[in-house]
Design a protein. Structure first.
Length: 407
């Protein structure tokens, strides 16, 4: 096991009715900005519950944070924070709202000329941030208990000229060329997060499935690398994977199954709160490629992961051999046959699991063709991602093969 330091300061309030305790976690004199996304937290009463718990406090609201939160939107919230002297942020929603609120917290205290620099250097120059908390409604990203955030910027665009017809030569199609970058800093750990499984009952099936896939891949990229005799981390990770496999289908079939929802919610949080990643190598190649696909093609983040992960495992099957065999045996109960056949079967089982949730694992299913590969590789190069992987052996050429195998 590698050396590590582990500290997670986020307090978790888990279970039914825990929103009522929010007022006890925020200083009485605070001027609070509640951030959220679309109308679901309004429609299903979550926002009203939060406001009731904070009755009598100076409250402000900022809505419209996107599923892939954008710099342009978030900077409007930063202006509001400064204008109203906000001193506490409360994110109400899923990982995107929480990620966006982390950026608001850091950008509101930023001393540089352009807060986008926070993303360009991965948070290295962040010095402080406003305190924040979270009320989680969509278990997926683990953002409610970590110090990372992924933010997009939609400034850059490609304009394609019309090929023929009366408007030939006129720009007819504009395709987003977003940058999607991440930052991490201890200052943006939520002070607390409320995890009430009942708040996930009303999620559409697609969002529920996406959350299961996202959590699964988070675990895989910290677990399925190479052995370092980290038995606790391995078995903890395997328990999380088995829980997702067992209870993931249950929450899709029975949306108000509290026990299954509770297990999925806590699993998604534990998948990326730092615990299973301590003392072990990480492989974030799937996420890096997935981010670029989301930015360029507009695909749901989790769906890009479902597409890329099986291809990464196939491409890296030799360097991941020992852990792939462990994964095959402990997760999929594959013990017969030679090593190569067990690895092939484990990768196939992974793909089948995602498909069983209604999440397609081929780019073609989303209308993405081979023409999309070159722009993804160009963005990865522009963002300095190469080489990728736990052994730093996923090169530009290897990434091209992975993307081609994902078609």
């Amino acid at each position: 096991m590698d050396n590590f330091a582990f500290h997670n300061p986020t307090k978790i309030l888990f279970g039914t009715g825990q929103i009522a305790a929010v007022g006890q976690e925020i200083p009485q004199e605070s001027r609070i900005l509640i951030t959220y996304g679309g109308g679901s937290v309004v429609k299903f009463g979550v926002l009203d519950e939060v406001k009731a718990a904070l009755a009598g406090r100076p409250l402000f609201e900022f809505s419209g944070i996107e599923p892939n939160p954008t710099y342009e939107t978030l900077m409007q919230a930063v202006e509001l924070v400064k204008r109203e002297s906000i001193d506490f942020l409360l994110a109400v929603g899923g990982g995107s709202v929480i990620d966006g609120t982390k950026f608001i917290a850091a950008a509101a205290c930023w001393g540089g000329s352009d807060p986008w620099d926070i993303l360009l250097d991965g948070g290295a120059t962040v010095k402080t941030a406003l305190p924040m908390g979270a009320v989680l409604t969509l278990p997926a990203t683990g953002s409610e208990m970590n110090c990372g955030a992924v933010i997009s910027r939609k400034e850059t665009r490609i304009t394609l000229p019309a090929a023929n017809g009366a408007n030939a030569g006129v720009s007819m199609i504009t395709k987003s060329q977003q940058d999607k970058l991440y930052f991490m800093h201890p200052a943006v750990y939520p002070r607390f997060s409320v995890l009430d499984p009942t708040k996930s009952y009303t999620l559409p099936p697609q969002q529920t499935a996406n959350g299961i896939v996202d959590a699964f891949v988070h675990v895989m990229e910290q677990y399925l690398t190479y052995p370092v005799d980290a038995k606790v981390q391995d078995r903890f990770a395997e328990g999380l994977l088995l829980t997702l496999i067992e209870d993931g289908p249950k929450v899709l079939a029975e949306p108000e199954n509290y026990a299954a929802r509770a297990n999925i919610m806590w699993t998604a949080t534990m998948a990326l709160n730092g615990l299973i990643g301590t003392g072990v190598p990480h492989d974030w190649a799937t996420h890096m490629m997935g981010h670029e696909l989301t930015a360029l093609q507009g695909l749901d983040h989790a769906r890009t992961l479902a597409v890329i992960l099986p291809a990464v495992l196939e491409q890296q099957r030799d360097s991941k051999r020992e852990k792939l065999l462990q994964y095959a045996a402990r997760i999929w109960d594959l013990h017969s046959g030679d090593e190569a056949s067990r690895i092939t079967a484990a990768i196939a089982k992974t793909r089948e699991f995602f498909e069983s949730l209604g999440v397609a694992t081929r780019l073609a299913a989303y209308g993405v063709t081979a023409e999309a590969i070159a722009p993804v590789l160009a963005k990865l190069e522009q963002h300095g991602r190469f080489p990728l992987g736990e052994r730093q052996d996923v090169t530009l050429d290897a990434s091209r093969r992975i993307l081609e195998a994902s078609l």
